[in-house]
Design a protein around this ligand. Structure first.
Ligand SMILES: Cc1ncc(C[n+]2csc(CCOP(=O)(O)OP(=O)(O)O)c2C)c(N)n1
Ligand SMILES: [Mg+2]
Length: 486
């Protein structure tokens, strides 16, 4: 679905990591004047089990360090992963709160629904809050599968004061005390608070029930993830519980329910869609082509260096230096370096184009006297990622997909991505070579060698940069979109 996804996320753990770097890259574009500042947000929706992936929490300190208030995590804490509880003997929400707060995030806990507000107001001694804080997740999960009588006995019954707080409620009402994540008003309030927070990223820890409303079919149970269908009795229960206006006779076919076009629900939803600019996320790849560098830019490399061998690193750096100076595409190049620029002689670029730092440079660097000092700047061009290959990869993806965002504001949208370390590890390609490598890929199939196709180059023939001429330059242009705006 190339036209659907605007931002890449993929599997568990990588989405959250990617979201952080995506938000940072948007800031980078703004700070460098390539994108108009806006209140656009990156929302990442995570599972509580997903937070056990090392990548999920691995870069959260970066988000607060960079003051990414354009980033919001919503962690759906249903206390379950696939096989069982995330922290049966502990409390995942408290654990996550400590982790995020310690890392400088704004933490919003969306745990208890409005039904609990009067109980909390009546709890003058704080004993209800104490009770809420002492149950472990395994027990908390069990309440969502049990009867009201069970909840009264085991949750409220622990202390006479808490038992008294709910004496006016029936068992049935006890099972319906909604949790925060299932209360639209609380959800609205939390999301709104997150959107207006300034200076730090926000995480919303929201308590939900897996399979909410499925009742006997699997609500809150360990098998919920495998439960894909509901039988007729369960469907009837579902309809009754949520008061869905579908006629009794139709329930068995599980028809869709669509409110009337002029109902306030429909009008509200349509209005929101209009505000968002459409019904689906959309990757628009219609672009004005960039202005390519002059033909002669790489002539020197085409000639080679004759008998004087040159390292790939040296040549690469020289090409990079030429490219960043190009009046048209120079500023669109994003060198992404996981802390080994100096190893490859790239420090010459530090001063020339600067190292990106949202805060600028708040100190005088030890090598300030040096011509090639460590220059950080708000409009710096180099992304010095520090020692994180995963983070660098995320910046790479964010930069590589940024064209879909920039198209309205910028006519040149090719972002050239250069990971210095990767390129420099390749074998030298210029000058005299002792062992020429095949110019084309060797045979991948096991059949007989075909002389015309996929044959190796004659040994001893030097590789030339001429192979990058003409048409191949242009092949890096993003494909034309097949769809049109409505
Ligand atoms: C990297 C990766 N590991 C494992 C899985 C398999 N998997 C899919 S969903 C899931 C459980 C998710 O639990 P949680 O994050 O709590 O989300 P929930 O379904 O409870 O909302 C697992 C292990 C996956 N899709 N990707
Ligand atoms: Mg879960």
């Amino acid at each position: 679905m190339p036209d659907f996804w605007q931002f890449s996320t993929v599997s568990m753990g990588l989405g959250p990591l990617m979201a952080i770097y995506q938000a940072r890259f948007m800031r980078y574009l703004e700070d460098r004047g390539l994108k108009k500042p806006s209140d656009q947000k990156v929302w990442a929706f995570l599972g509580d089990g997903e937070t056990d992936e090392p990548e999920t929490l691995g870069a959260i300190s970066l988000a607060s360090r960079e003051h990414l208030d354009n980033l919001i995590f919503v962690i759906n804490c249903n206390l379950q992963r696939l096989d069982g509880p995330v922290r049966g003997n502990g409390q995942i929400i408290q654990e996550l709160e400590a982790n995020f707060r310690g890392n400088g995030w704004n933490v919003i806990k969306l745990i208890w629904g409005s039904d609990w507000d009067p109980l909390l107001a009546a709890d003058k001694t704080g004993i209800l809050v104490k009770r809420m804080g002492e149950i472990v997740d395994g027990e908390f999960q069990k309440y969502s599968t049990e009867s009201g009588a069970y909840i009264r006995k085991h949750f409220f019954g622990k202390y006479p004061e808490t038992l008294k707080l709910v004496e006016h409620l029936s068992d049935d009402e006890l099972t319906r005390l909604r949790l925060g994540g299932h209360d639209p008003e609380k959800v609205y309030a939390a999301f709104r608070a997150a959107m207006h927070n300034k200076g730090t990223p926000t995480v919303i820890l929201t308590r939900t029930i897996k399979g909410y409303g499925m009742g006997e079919a699997g609500e809150g149970k360990n098998i919920t993830h495998q439960q894909k269908k509901m039988n007729e009795i369960e469907l009837r229960e579902f309809r009754k519980r949520f008061d869905i206006p579908i006629p009794e006779d139709d329930v068995a076919h599980a028809p869709f329910y669509r409110p009337a076009k002029d109902s306030i629900e429909m009008q509200y939803m349509l209005e929101r869609r209009r505000e968002l600019g459409g019904f689906q996320p959309k990757r628009d790849t219609r672009l004005r082509p960039i202005i390519m560098p002059e033909d002669g830019l790489f002539t020197e490399f085409e000639k080679g260096t004759g008998d004087r061998p040159a390292s790939t690193t040296m040549v690469y750096l020289r090409m990079l230096t030429k490219l960043v100076k190009d009046p048209n595409i120079g500023k669109l190049i994003v060198p992404i370096v996981p802390d080994e620029a100096r190893t490859f002689g790239m420090e010459s670029l530090f001063r020339a184009i600067g190292i990106y730092a949202h805060m600028g440079q708040l100190y005088e660097p030890v090598d300030a006297e040096n011509l090639l000092y460590y220059k950080e700047a708000k409009n710096g061009q180099i992304l010095e990622e520090g020692i994180t290959e995963a983070g660098s990869m995320c910046s790479f993806i964010a930069a590589g997909t940024a064209y879909s965002e920039l198209r309205d504001q910028y006519d040149s949208v090719l972002l050239l991505l250069l990971d210095v370390r990767h390129a420099a590890r390749r074998r030298p390609r210029l000058g005299r070579r002792r062992h020429a490598r095949p110019r084309l890929h060797a045979r991948r199939h096991s059949g007989p060698h075909h002389p015309e196709r996929r044959r190796p180059a004659a040994p001893g023939r030097p590789q030339s940069f001429a192979c990058l001429r003409g048409a191949q330059y242009q092949s890096v242009r993003p494909p034309r979109s097949r769809t049109k705006w409505p």
